[in-house]
Write a protein that binds this ligand. Structure first.
Ligand SMILES: *[C@@H]1O[C@H](CO)[C@@H](O)[C@H](O)[C@H]1NC(C)=O
Ligand SMILES: *[C@@H]1O[C@H](CO)[C@@H](O)[C@H](O)[C@H]1NC(C)=O
Ligand SMILES: *[C@@H]1O[C@H](CO)[C@@H](O)[C@H](O)[C@H]1NC(C)=O
Ligand SMILES: *[C@@H]1O[C@H](CO)[C@@H](O)[C@H](O)[C@H]1NC(C)=O
Ligand SMILES: *[C@@H]1O[C@H](CO)[C@@H](O)[C@H](O)[C@H]1NC(C)=O
Ligand SMILES: *[C@@H]1O[C@H](CO)[C@@H](O)[C@H](O)[C@H]1NC(C)=O
Ligand SMILES: *[C@@H]1O[C@H](CO)[C@@H](O)[C@H](O)[C@H]1NC(C)=O
Length: 572
């Protein structure tokens, strides 16, 4: 849920009023928010000063002051710019000394031992398609089958994209006389089992959506609460292969303003004033959006710590298992309820944060989350993967898929970067675009890149870590940007590195952004500079030859180059 800039003054007092009462929050939650908050509040500050409307400016300054004051050591009136309070980005020192030539040692060094007792036989991050990003609640049998046929004929199925998942909007608001969920006959006239049969016949696996609470997030369908056994049995009887369970409809969650989904609050708190810049650079209400400020310590723990929800997921996992049918389980708890502590043991993948949408700034926020939450590499292992959310490449956007917000799409370059980074993190790759549209062939080509899919599916299953961040001195409109190098150990001693020109939230063609030369020195990988390393570009799918000491690539704004490095064994 997003709040347009123009509407902010209506909502903000209400939000602050509600949250001012409770100053408690958990330590992990706070530190996570402070990273984000300071960075984004800095952006907001300078933006405020550029507003020509004095009345609007006063409002924005009040918002900013409040945000800055909430951050320790940053009092009212003080210039809390980005440079003054730079977020605590990981440095190369956080990458442990490891020998990339020894995959087992690499794995041990990067991964804290993670308990996973549940093992349903699925080991790799899922590859597939989900109906939500493009179709939202307007999903139906014809659309799903049309996408499935296109995925088959375009080679996506052969590339491994095997799951077709229908998200929210497939069912009736009421259960049937036997207490079973039922499909909406207007949308799925032949029923769910029939659809599963068709998809299986085409060679796909079939996934379905539900929620852990009383209702689903958007569609008003019943959730599994109180019906876990019967729902697991129903899914099995429909030949379901994948279950996505959302977090909505849990009783006791606070509701705080008409039109706002309280479930979105945890992510508000994380995003804190992430700003969506208009494509044309004009600060007007037609293009400018602002995420509402809700700071960590004013954010009641009751929002994200409802009792029993984790138990609901656990019960579902056990119930699916007891049907005897292998069903991939995706838990969509947005990183809440201490996801990393419970989900790897009961699920195949688990969402780490709130929804992606087809705007670069959102992709960048997810990217930052992965940069800053170092626990993610330790919580991704074969059979249990952190999920960065469905891909937005090729999705015809309307922001957060709501028609009240202006359209925007990821560019080709941004879509490729999204796909490459999700691959680097071993995140499931779940496509969102309408694959059947002829105008989307370019997206399909990006998604099928075999070198990146191999990195995504690497059997070690370790998420890439940020190893080097180079800050640009020059900060247009205060939104400083940086270039990054990410490192992902691969089986057999190879290492994938991603060289990213993050630039900023603007359109990639913003005049302030330039192509950057990004260098990976062998020292970053704890290799001797003398080592001969074979360099293969996964993004370009070509060999770049043997190099020594370092490799440098020119990377365009919002772009990425992924290289696979193979250190050659020294001949004795
Ligand atoms: C915050 O937590 C402390 C310790 O648990 C408690 O004493 C205090 O009343 C709480 N404050 C609020 C505003 O809930
Ligand atoms: C200035 O901003 C206020 C909101 O604070 C708005 O009501 C007013 O219409 C704006 N004036 C102009 C000229 O845009
Ligand atoms: C705040 O800091 C920025 C960046 O260092 C600087 O450009 C600006 O002049 C400062 N503003 C004030 C009021 O000190
Ligand atoms: C159920 O769980 C057990 C224990 O983890 C596992 O061995 C088995 O393969 C699972 N069965 C299914 C159908 O998921
Ligand atoms: C989970 O299952 C246990 C044991 O059947 C039951 O007592 C508990 O109420 C269930 N909780 C939820 C949230 O489903
Ligand atoms: C997004 O893509 C759709 C379809 O390709 C197009 O109609 C629309 O104009 C695009 N929107 C933007 C903001 O580029
Ligand atoms: C690297 O390759 C060069 C040229 O083939 C060779 O002379 C050199 O000994 C190699 N270095 C190492 C450390 O193997």
């Amino acid at each position: 849920m997003l709040i347009p800039w123009c509407m902010l003054h209506l909502l903000l007092p209400l939000l602050l009023g509600v949250f001012a009462a409770d100053d408690n929050c958990t330590a992990t939650e706070v530190s996570l928010m402070q990273h984000r908050e300071v960075h984004k509040a800095g952006s907001l500050g300078t933006l405020t000063l550029r507003t020509t409307n004095e009345s609007l400016r006063a409002e924005h300054e009040a918002i900013l002051d409040d945000a800055l004051q909430a951050h320790k050591g940053c009092s009212k009136g003080k210039n809390c710019s980005f440079s003054e309070h730079s977020p605590m980005f990981p440095t190369p020192a956080t990458i442990p000394v490891i020998s990339y030539a020894d995959a087992a040692k690499t794995q041990a060094a990067w991964q804290a031992p993670m308990k996973k007792t549940y093992d349903n036989g699925v080991r790799s991050p899922a590859l597939g398609w989900n109906s939500w990003n493009q179709f939202n609640l307007d999903v139906n049998e014809a659309k799903v089958l049309s996408v499935a046929r296109a995925m088959k004929s375009s080679g996506l199925l052969d590339s491994g994209f095997e799951y077709i998942i229908i998200d929210d909007g497939w069912g009736m608001p009421e259960r049937d006389q036997d207490g079973q969920m039922q499909a909406d006959p207007a949308k799925f006239p032949n029923g769910i089992k029939w659809l599963a049969e068709q998809l299986h016949g085409l060679g796909f696996k079939f996934g379905i959506y539900t929620s852990v609470g009383e209702t689903t997030c958007g569609g008003g369908q019943p959730g599994i609460m109180g019906h876990i056994q019967i729902d697991a049995a129903t899914f099995a009887s429909w030949d379901v292969d994948y279950v996505k369970v959302d977090r909505c409809g849990w009783p006791g969650e606070l509701f705080f303003a008409p039109g706002l989904d309280v479930g979105d609050l945890p992510e508000f708190a994380r995003i804190v004033a992430g700003i969506d810049y208009p494509e044309n650079g004009n600060w007007d209400c037609s293009g400018l959006m602002l995420f509402v400020l809700v700071r960590g310590c004013k954010y009641p723990a009751s929002f994200y710590q409802v009792s029993g929800r984790v138990e609901g997921y656990q019960n579902l996992s056990a119930a699916l298992n007891s049907t005897g049918r292998t069903m991939y389980l995706e838990i969509c708890d947005w990183g809440e309820d201490d996801t990393l502590a419970f989900a790897p043991q009961i699920a195949n993948s688990f969402r780490m944060l709130w929804d992606n949408f087809p705007q670069w700034h959102r992709v960048e926020e997810i990217y930052e989350y992965y940069a800053q939450v170092l626990a993610i590499p330790a919580s991704t292992r074969p059979g249990a993967y952190a999920f960065a959310d469905m891909l937005e490449g090729g999705v015809d956007g309307f922001l957060y898929n709501r028609d009240t917000f202006p359209a925007s799409n990821l560019t080709r370059r941004e879509a490729a970067t999204e796909h490459a980074m999700w691959s680097m993190w071993s995140s499931p790759l779940i496509l969102g675009y309408d694959v059947a549209k002829p105008s989307k062939v370019w997206v399909t080509e990006i998604m099928k890149n075999p070198a990146l899919l191999k990195i995504n599916q690497d059997p070690l299953g370790i998420a890439a870590r940020l190893a080097v961040r180079r800050q640009k001195n020059f900060c247009p409109i205060s939104d400083c940007y940086h270039t990054d190098v990410w490192v992902k150990p691969l089986a057999e001693g190879d290492v994938a590195v991603a060289l990213v020109n993050v630039a900023g939230a603007y359109n990639q063609n913003n005049i302030f952004y330039t192509t950057e030369s990004i260098t990976v020195a062998w020292e970053t990988l704890w290799l001797s500079p003398e080592t001969n390393v074979s360099v293969y570009s996964a993004t370009e799918q070509k060999d770049l030859g043997v190099m020594r000491g370092s490799v440098s690539m020119d990377v365009e704004p919002h772009g990425v180059t992924v290289l696979v490095l193979t250190p050659q064994k020294t001949t004795v």
